[in-house]
Each structure stands twice: as C-alpha cells, then as structure tokens.
Design a protein around this ligand. Structure first.
Ligand code: SF4
Length: 446
C-alpha cells in the first residue's frame, strides 16, 4: 500500500514540475512515507526522519513532508511538537496536504495555467513517475482504503481510517492507464481486499471487479491482496479459477492456530474454519498457492497454544508464511488491555521454530518444480540475473544476456530452493531439439 501511495505522490509532484533527485541533499522536497505496523518499522521511520534534520538546518527552504501511518488520520499535534523541522504532515494515501503546501507559497507556485493544463492532460489517471514509465512491469492499485475490522493487535484502522472502496470507474481508468504505460501485472490492494464494494450500495464486488479488469487490453496478470478468511466467497474463488489473467495465488492470514488466541485477537474465525477454507480454496482453484501471516507471542499465548499454530502450519503446508513476533502498538486494544507477557527470547524461539519448519515446507513445494516448464513474467534485472514470478508467485531467476523486462516466457526450472528458483530459457526455435513448448505443462499445478 505504501509503495502505491509513494507512486501517487511522485506522480502528483511531477505534475507540479518536480523531478526525482538522486540524493536527499539535492532535493527541494523530501517525502518520508512511513509504516508503523511493527515497532521496528516505526523506529526506522523515526531514525530516518531525525537524520533529515541537518539537511533542513543547512537549507531552510527544504520542504520535509512526513506521510503515512506515523501521521495517521486523527491529528498530528504531538508529532509537530516532537519534529518541529517537519513542514507538512500527510495521512496515508493523501498527497493533498503536500500539494496544498507547495502551491500556496508564491515563491514556489508554478505557473497556474501550466499546472492546470497538465492536470487536464492527466485526466485524473495515475501517471507513473518518469523513472518507472515504460519500465515498471508490475504495479499496485489500491481498491479498498482503510479497514473497519479492528483486530486487537492492529494499528491500521487507527492510521488509515474506516474502510472505503474506490469507485470502479476510477480503478478501471487507472488500470487502463497503467497498462497503456507498459504495466503487465496489477495487484489490487486492500487491507481486506475481498470486502471491495461492501460499502457501496449496488456497486460491484471483488469478483465482478476482477471480471471487469480482466477485459483490459495489454494487461497480462491480475493479483489481489490481502484476503480475510471470513470474506473469501465462492463467487471470488470461481472468478480466480475461471479468469486466465487472475493468478492462482491467495494471501489469507491465519495469525494463530488456537481458538482462544484468535478470539483474543478478535479475528472472527476459529482454526477449524481456516482449515476448511484452505481445503475449499485448493478444491476450487487447482494448483493454487496460498500465503499466510502468523503472529507468535501474542499476549497470553501459552506453549500449548503456540503448538496448535505450529501443528496447523505443519498440516496445511502452505506455500508461504509471513511470520512476526508480537509487538504492542500504542493505542490498540491489545496494548491497552492485554499484558505483553511472552518474554522476548520465547517469542524468538517460537518464531525460529516456525521459520525452520516453513523453510522445509517451502523447499518441498519448490522441489516439485524442478525440471518443469513454467510461465514467468520477468520484471527487472537484479545483480546480473533477470527476476520474475510464476503464476503462483514463486520467484524465478534467469541468467541471460537477452532483454526480458516485461516478457512472459516459458522457462525450465534448473534449481529450486525454499525462497527462489533458477531457470533456463529454452533453446530458440530452429535448433534441432525436439522441444514442443505447447505440449509441455505450464506449471506443476497444471
Ligand atoms: S483486518 Fe487486517 S488491517 Fe484490518 S484490523 Fe485486522 S489485521 Fe488490521
């Protein structure tokens, strides 16, 4: 979500005539977009912000904009006192305060008519920042902003506000514009993305939105995240199974495998419900990959309760588990009402146990790909190797001098590890190997 928000700010600044600077000390405006989902992220944001103060001292005309979840949606008086060198505070997803600040000051005001002309040209669509135009292969498009669920550990509803679905017309215009700018893969975003449209009477739901976006020319892949176990409908799974551009990959957090812990988190489902859901997803979308999130060391989590989480992950053998150690976020229900009573070393121990087991599961799942042909959409070159993803969101690297950016290619997997794979391009047509790509399986799932 923050990547998408940052692109939006960069794009809005370019419309005002700004360009990206290579280093902070060359910039006229610095936007620090922040995440506070964990304490470590918040500490990092505060560290970065503090490191900007000397720049402001050297150059008082420098505009520093603090944006995102550190600011939140409920006022920023305390932050203003703590960081007096910050000029503008913006809530998540909202470039408005920065734009208003930049255009209110006469000495900074660009030619109004020119600005207006540019806005008209853009016609409300998202234009990628210059550095990414024609180069960005996969982009994120927020479709639901905020969250009204209020899980007890989570700070997001306090920082990103109540749930709001974007208008379908705006989303389609944005995706169409991104496709025209060379983007091949879109990920639709929401804190609970499958609740898309629930707050709009008679509006389309996520399944219908997928069907609409599926028709956009130039777009090759569609993903969506994050789902919530209570909102994953048959209708949505049918759309995933039926629509060839919608990738068979579902991100649906479980958070814990024990019912009491889930109740304390106010997640709204039990461990059995989650297992049934995984079974259903696998039945309805053959070959699907599933990713989950887990928090260890939630207040009151006993060894037995943790063991249930361990057993659940061991049984389900999901493709990916994003693991986190619980850290109390100020202002949340858990922070106010539930003592953070699992010692740090114990949180680490539980974390490592899950990490080790999940590494084994991921390695097993990846090994099935060895020798297979898979479709990979290549995004960028990283340290001399092309990086892309399979339909199931597995990372694949290929070493070649060929230009692969934005290309969908069938490649043969030559090495697999838990977190990534290596592959080779098939020999070009015209040599005498009897390789008929059309007859080879596209993914192990196929
Ligand atoms: S559903 Fe997700 S974003 Fe919403 S409160 Fe729960 S964890 Fe936070």
């Amino acid at each position: 979500m923050n990547v998408a928000d940052s692109q939006r700010v960069a794009s809005a600044l370019e419309r005002l005539g700004y360009q990206a600077a290579a280093y902070p000390d060359q910039a006229d405006v610095i936007v620090l977009n922040t995440c506070v989902v964990r304490q470590s992220a918040e500490d990092k944001a505060v560290g970065h912000l503090t490191s900007l103060r000397p720049l402001k001292v050297r150059n008082p005309r420098l505009v520093i904009n603090l944006m995102g979840c550190l600011v939140g949606v409920k006022g920023y008086e305390r932050l203003k006192q703590r960081f007096p060198f910050v000029d503008v505070f913006s809530p998540p997803s909202d470039p408005g305060p920065l734009l208003a600040y930049l255009t209110q000051d006469d000495s900074r005001l660009l030619e109004q008519a020119e600005t207006q002309r540019r806005f008209e040209l853009m016609d409300g669509e998202l234009v990628l920042p210059a550095g990414e135009r024609g180069r960005l292969v996969a982009a994120h498009v927020p479709v639901v902003l905020g969250c009204s669920h209020a899980c007890t550990f989570c700070i997001i509803p306090y920082r990103r506000g109540v749930e709001r679905s974007r208008h379908v017309g705006d989303i389609v215009a944005e995706v169409r514009s991104l496709a025209a700018q060379g983007v091949k893969e879109i990920t639709l975003l929401g804190q609970i993305v499958d609740r898309y449209g629930k707050d709009v009477p008679d509006g389309p739901n996520l399944a219908a939105l997928l069907r609409i976006i599926h028709e956009i020319e130039g777009l090759e892949r569609i993903r969506f995240l994050t789902s919530h176990p209570n909102w994953m409908t048959d209708d949505l799974l049918e759309a995933v199974a039926e629509l060839p551009k919608v990738m068979p990959h579902i991100e649906v957090p479980v958070q814990a495998g024990d019912d009491q812990v889930l109740e304390n988190m106010k997640r709204g489902y039990g461990a059995e419900d989650y297992c049934r859901l995984v079974e259903k997803i696998r039945r309805q979308v053959p070959g699907v990959s599933i990713a989950t999130d887990v928090i260890v060391g939630f207040p009151g989590e006993s060894q037995e309760q943790f063991q249930r989480t361990y057993d659940l992950l061991a049984d389900l053998k999901l493709d990916v588990a994003h693991l986190a150690r619980y850290s109390p976020r100020p202002g949340t229900v858990a922070e106010r009402r539930l003592p953070d009573d699992v010692p740090d070393e114990e949180k680490w121990r539980r974390f490592r146990l899950l990490e080790e087991m999940q590494e084994g599961i991921a390695a097993e799942i990846s090994a099935v790909y060895l020798g297979k042909m898979v479709d990979v959409l290549f995004e960028e070159k990283v340290r001399g190797r092309w990086k892309g993803r399979t339909t199931t969101n597995k990372l694949v690297f290929v070493e070649t001098e060929e230009e692969l950016r934005g290309q969908m290619r069938s490649v043969q997997i030559t090495w697999t590890g838990p977190w990534s794979m290596q592959a080779a391009l098939p020999p070009r047509a015209g040599n005498n190997l009897p390789l008929n790509l059309a007859s080879l399986p596209l993914t192990p799932a196929d």
